[in-house]
Structure formats: structure tokens, C-alpha cells
Design a binder for this molecule. Structure first.
Ligand SMILES: NC(=O)c1ccc[n+]([C@@H]2O[C@H](COP(=O)([O-])OP(=O)(O)OC[C@H]3O[C@@H](n4cnc5c(N)ncnc54)[C@H](O)[C@@H]3O)[C@@H](O)[C@H]2O)c1
Length: 321
């Protein structure tokens, strides 16, 4: 059977980049991008789907004979705190709809991203292990911790092959972040390249696990490609890239922009960040499916600055930000 992939939430920070990688792997006619609104200047197949509507997901799955679903739609950590009950409803309803459509249509594989937001005060802050206690403090974290367990339930109860990664904060030049607690680590590079002052919403020593977009996408594809019997964790896998604080990124950026100015005005996101791990133990993912990150802070900084400079040279600031 030919692989046909449906990406839900394809316009987001991760979805827009993942869609391109999936097109390279499976071909343009085998990747269906979808989101709440059409994507400007997108040349592949696109369908508007509100994933809270199960009938609409079913319609597209039937129309294109979909065999894999990547379910990226969610309300993220910082944004989610504005309307907790709505966040819970959207994050859970969309997941239930994807799981139900998947089991009823014998979808071959489902990808469900989780997050380091599942960890709270009960987990060790350093080298947080895969099986640490989960007591998340945000509604987003609660929805992801529950979602992981539902993913495992559908695997155990129905044999649905759902695979999941707990992404750290994702940093990329290709797209803008969508309302998370680690968004500063993308915004800071834009400000550096624009030679503007950066106002950081975290404290300068707020150490958090991060990952470069290329590594995050590669991890996703490698997890989905791994033989089924190698996937021993059916809740979600920790993966690590690197960990750094705002002060460390600033120091790295200043090797290229010595005049780069930053002020720190921590807000409610600092409170969220203070309960998240400093670093992640990803040895289970390494052992089970060979995960290994490639980018460190230096290579992330060099690539971000170079790519953003090119982008701002060829595109107007208002169409990027
Ligand atoms: N970016 C990160 O740093 C990060 C870290 C950990 C986990 N994740 C997870 O990865 C996934 C993708 O994250 P992202 O950063 O690309 O998020 P994003 O906010 O940039 O994109 C999410 C997309 O989902 C869409 N969406 C929202 N509600 C929808 C609905 N009802 N139906 C269809 N689409 C809907 C939005 O329009 C948006 O385009 C999310 O599940 C997120 O929780 C991301």
C-alpha cells in the first residue's frame, strides 16, 4: 500500500517544516497538509480541517486514502494559560478525533508530539529521565501528559501504532513559534539580525532544554521509520538537543554582534519555565531507535544568523514577523 500522509496543524512552527520533509520523502501527491486556514503560497495539496470536527478528518482520510497521520495541532504552553478550559478541550478533542478516525480506518501509524511541559516539580530538574513522575503545572502540560497515556491506551487496547516524542523548545529560522515558553530562543535571533534590542521574558539564568529544527524533524522521521518492535515506549520518548540559558545564547550571539543589547523583564512564562527541566536524559530514545542530536549552541547560532540574514535580505520584515 502506498504511504499517504495527513499533517494536521501543518501551518505551525513545526508543521510547516515537517510538511516539506515529508514531501521530500513521500512525494508531493502523497502529503496532505491541513490546518484551520489555508497556507499562503503553498503549492502542495492542502485541505482546511478543524480537527475538533471528527467528520471533517474522516472525509479527508477517505478522500485521499490516508495511511499515516501526524497530529501537530495544539494550543501551546504560554497561550494555553490564557484560556485553560478551552485549551484542554481543543488539545484533547483533536487528539481523540485523530485516535478514533485512526483506529476505525486502520491507519498504519500516528505521530503525536508531546513536550517537556509534561514534567513538573516532582521530576528531577537535571537529566530528567524518561519515566520521571509527571505533575505538570500548565494546562498544556496536563493535556500532553494525558495525551501520552491515551496514545498508549490506543496502542494497548486497539493495537494502533501511535508514536510520540517529548520535544524540547524548538529553534528554527524557517518559521515563527506559536505561543510557547521557549519562543524567546527564536525571537532573540531575529532581533540580533535586525540589530534591535531584545526584551527577554525569562530570567537570564533560566536553563531550558532546546533542539534545533533540523534535529527535531530528523528525530520525528527516524522515530516514524523505526521498526515497530523497537518502539518500547508507547507514552512518549524524551529527546535532548542541548540546554542553555538566555545569558548563554546572548554570549554566543555577541561573538557575532558584540553590540547586541538585551534587557530582562521576566513575566508569567518565567514561572512556567522554572518548573521545567534544565536538561533531559534521552538515553531510552538513543537505545531503542538510535536517536542522536547533531546541533550544539554554536552551530545553531551560526546557522540561525546566516539563514535569517539571507531571509531579511530577500524578504520584507513585515512579511517575516
Ligand atoms: N515548537 C515547540 O517548541 C514545541 C515543543 C514541544 C512540543 N511541541 C508540539 O508540537 C506540535 C506542533 O507545535 P508548533 O510549535 O508547530 O505549534 P504552532 O502553534 O506553531 O502550530 C500549531 C498549529 O495547529 C493549528 N491548530 C490549532 N487548532 C487547530 C484545530 N482545531 N484544528 C486544526 N489545526 C489547529 C494552528 O493553526 C497552528 O498552525 C504541538 O502539538 C506542540 O504541542 C512543540
Amino acid at each position: 500500500m502506498e504511504t499517504v500522509v495527513l499533517v494536521i496543524g501543518a501551518n505551525g512552527q513545526l508543521g510547516s517544516v515537517l510538511t516539506e520533509s515529508l514531501i521530500q520523502k513521500f512525494g508531493k501527491n502523497n502529503v496532505i497538509a491541513s490546518d484551520l486556514n489555508p497556507r499562503k503560497e503553498y503549492e502542495g495539496i492542502f485541505e482546511v480541517i478543524d480537527a475538533t470536527n471528527i467528520d471533517r478528518i474522516q472525509e479527508v482520510v477517505t478522500q485521499y486514502k490516508v495511511t499515516q497521520i501526524y497530529h501537530l495541532a495544539a494550543i501551546l504552553s504560554a497561550k494555553g494559560e490564557e484560556t485553560p478550559l478551552r485549551t484542554w478541550d481543543i488539545n484533547m478533542q483533536t487528539l481523540f478525533n485523530v485516535l478514533e478516525v485512526s483506529r476505525k480506518n486502520t491507519i498504519e501509524k500516528v505521530f503525536y508530539p508531546s513536550s517537556i511541559a509534561v514534567f513538573g516539580e516532582g521530576a528531577p530538574l537535571d537529566k530528567t529521565p524518561n519515566n520521571a513522575y509527571l505533575d505538570p503545572a500548565t494546562v498544556y502540560g496536563i493535556s500532553k501528559a494525558s495525551g501520552e497515556n491515551w496514545a498508549q491506551y490506543y496502542f494497548m487496547r486497539y493495537g494502533l501504532d501511535v508514536r510520540s516524542i517529548r520535544y524540547p523548545g524548538v529553534i528554527g529560522y524557517q518559521s515563527l513559534p506559536g505561543g510557547g515558553t521557549t519562543d524567546y530562543a527564536v525571537d532573540i535571533y531575529h532581533k540580533a539580525v535586525l540589530e534591535e534590542k531584545f526584551n527577554c521574558f525569562l530570567k537570564e539564568d533560566a536553563m531550558l532544554p532546546m533542539i534545533f529544527m533540523e534535529d527535531a524533524i530528523r528525530a520525528t522521521i527516524e522515530l516514524m521509520d523505526a521498526p515497530k518492535e523497537d518502539i518500547k515506549v508507547r507514552t512518549s520518548y524524551n529527546i535532548a538537543g542541548i540546554s542553555f540559558s538566555p545569558a548563554e545564547v546572548v554570549a554566543e550571539i555577541r561573538t557575532l554582534y558584540p553590540e547586541f543589547e538585551v534587557i530582562y523583564t521576566p513575566d508569567f512564562r518565567q514561572e512556567i519555565a522554572s518548573r521545567w527541566p534544565n536538561s533531559i536524559d534521552d538515553s531510552t530514545a538513543c537505545k531503542d531507535w538510535g536517536w542522536k542530536p547533531e546541533f550544539d549552541l554554536k552551530s545553531i547560532t551560526t546557522t540561525m544568523i546566516q539563514k535569517l540574514k539571507e531571509k531579511y535580505r530577500t524578504t520584507s520584515k513585515t512579511s517575516i514577523l
